[in-house]
Design a protein around this ligand. Structure first.
Ligand SMILES: Cc1cc2nc3c(=O)[nH]c(=O)nc-3n(C[C@H](O)[C@H](O)[C@H](O)COP(=O)(O)OP(=O)(O)OC[C@H]3O[C@@H](n4cnc5c(N)ncnc54)[C@H](O)[C@@H]3O)c2cc1C
Length: 466
């Protein structure tokens, strides 16, 4: 059956610009962890003008749109719904421009450029974009989700490293603030409207990023801690002693680490007996090791903490290479292989992480003893992935279990500790119900006004912020 929108898109974007075949559409229709739908077609514009033309045509044909980057998002916001009526607008072909100003330490980049592609282009200049994570997203997707990553402690998230942006609004208008300046205090910082708002106000087609000098050396340690309180005490001590060179502070519970060691037999067991928590401490510097030997500094300072902390710190291991990062980056997939999983991406003030985690553990022990708490995450930023694992045979109604666990744990985080139900993954269909519950009414009202201006026909995305 002919589809006039598909015909018009094909005329505007060329044959390579539109995918209709069901088998070829599959990878755009299924999210990394959550989200599965059916698309009317996939449009693949290769320039900002083509993005604008695509949105105009979709509007003319009253077709709703979901913008897609690398599809690594974890809240089901990058895939179409199940109506079969939505158009996926993939930016994978909008990936040609990487214009680096080495002296200014900035880059103007197309929205569809992958993080790995950008860092490859920056490497010869001794630079990198330091928002660093275990996936390979597109720059536009990173802006739309305000990606955090494992080195947020040192470099901040995307919001802190974005200087300018070009946006195509829902009806094809283009708003451009491709500011390359670090200092520019001249009214509304428009680009921030599009950071972390999951693409519902417009499509990020270009971005100007602030870059960082690539560290010349890194040193990593794994510190075994008796409990969560010992982890937080270690974090404070390390920040006081080594704050200038501290670049990551990641934490893995014994349950999380145990799953990695069972599912990744090639990775070495760090401790004979796994401590309650293992803290991955990373230092980095642009100074060469000949000027400042970071691994010696790390060993000396952590050795002193080991002595001072008595039995709160169980052991300190200094890494050779990236073996501790390998453990950290394999947690998510190992847990998925370990049973049924429900993932949480919450944050609370750092000082409250041990109490909060103990409360969740007590809740599970009392009411859901068949659920295993496998927590890990960016404790340096107050973020924790409280992933819960159980065996399918132990649960008759999984949907009800998930809903109850989400209700109870988010309430504890948000109301009990002033925390967030989505520390870094953003808002999507997966957690829309909690946005609706916890977002301030005035913020929603403001979003309705901004949405009405930027996307008057309400075509963009599967998320409702207003
Ligand atoms: C293994 C793994 C590890 C991860 N680790 C982290 C982590 O440490 N920290 C963290 O913050 N996140 C993490 N994530 C989540 C994810 O990688 C980020 O949210 C990422 O930035 C999403 O980018 P993307 O290009 O894949 O976007 P997608 O998944 O394609 O889209 C995400 C959202 O952005 C919108 N969008 C995409 N591109 C654009 C655009 N050009 N303009 C407007 N809207 C757009 C989509 O509509 C959707 O709402 C991880 C994911 C995985 C799979």
């Amino acid at each position: 059956m002919s589809d006039r929108l598909v015909e018009a898109l094909t005329q505007a974007l060329g044959d390579r610009g539109v995918i209709t075949d069901a088998a070829d559409r599959v990878r755009y229709e299924e999210g990394w962890r959550y989200g599965r739908g059916t698309a009317r077609c996939v449009a693949r514009p290769a320039s900002s003008d083509e993005v604008a033309a695509t949105l105009r045509l979709c509007r003319e044909h009253a077709a709703r749109v979901v913008v897609q980057g690398a599809n690594t998002g974890l809240v089901a916001a990058s895939t179409p719904d199940q109506s079969g009526a939505m158009v996926v607008v993939s930016l994978e072909r909008l990936n040609k421009t990487i214009d680096v100003d080495v002296e200014a330490r900035t880059a103007l980049v197309d929205g569809g450029v992958l993080l790995s592609q950008l860092n490859e282009a920056l490497a010869p200049h001794g630079l990198w974009f330091p928002v660093d994570l275990g996936a390979d997203p597109q720059i536009g997707g990173m802006v739309a989700t305000n990606t955090g990553g494992t080195r947020l402690l040192k470099y901040g998230d995307v919001r802190h490293n974005l200087l300018g942006a070009e946006i195509v609004l829902g009806d094809g208008r283009v708003v451009s603030q491709l500011n390359r300046l670090r200092k520019n205090n001249t009214g509304l910082d428009m680009k921030q409207l599009f950071v972390g708002t999951t693409g519902v106000f417009g499509v990020v087609t270009r971005a100007v990023l602030q870059l960082a000098p690539k560290p010349a050396q890194r040193a990593t340690a794994l510190v075994g801690c008796r409990d969560g309180a010992a982890v937080v005490a270690l974090l404070s001590a390390v920040e006081k002693d080594l704050g200038d060179v501290l670049s990551a502070f990641e934490v893995m519970s014994s349950n999380a680490l145990d799953a990695v060691l069972r599912h990744q037999p090639n990775l070495r067991r760090p401790f004979a007996e796994l401590p309650a928590y293992s803290a991955l401490v990373e230092l980095s510097s642009t100074l060469p090791a000949a000027s400042l030997a970071l691994s010696d500094v790390l060993e000396e300072r952590l050795g002193a903490h080991l002595e001072a902390a008595e039995d709160a710190i169980v052991d300190v291991l200094i890494a050779d290479g990236d073996e501790f990062w390998q453990l950290r980056h394999h947690i998510s997939e190992s847990l998925r292989s370990d049973g049924r999983m429900l993932a949480f991406d919450v944050s609370v003030p750092r000082s409250q992480l041990p109490v909060f985690t103990d409360q969740v553990a007590a809740l599970l022990a009392a009411e859901f003893p068949f659920v295993r708490l496998c927590d890990y995450g960016h404790w340096g930023d107050g973020g924790t992935h409280l992933n819960l694992v159980w065996q399918a045979a132990d649960v008759s109604d999984e949907a009800a279990l998930k809903a109850t666990l989400q209700d109870r744990i988010y309430e504890l985080a948000v109301v009990g500790h002033g925390g967030s139900y989505s520390a870094e993954h953003g808002v999507g269909p997966h957690n829309q119900r909690f946005y609706d519950r916890y977002a301030d009414g005035e913020v929603k009202a403001l979003c309705r006004v901004i949405g009405a201006h930027c996307d008057p026909a309400g075509m963009l995305g599967t998320v409702r912020l207003g």
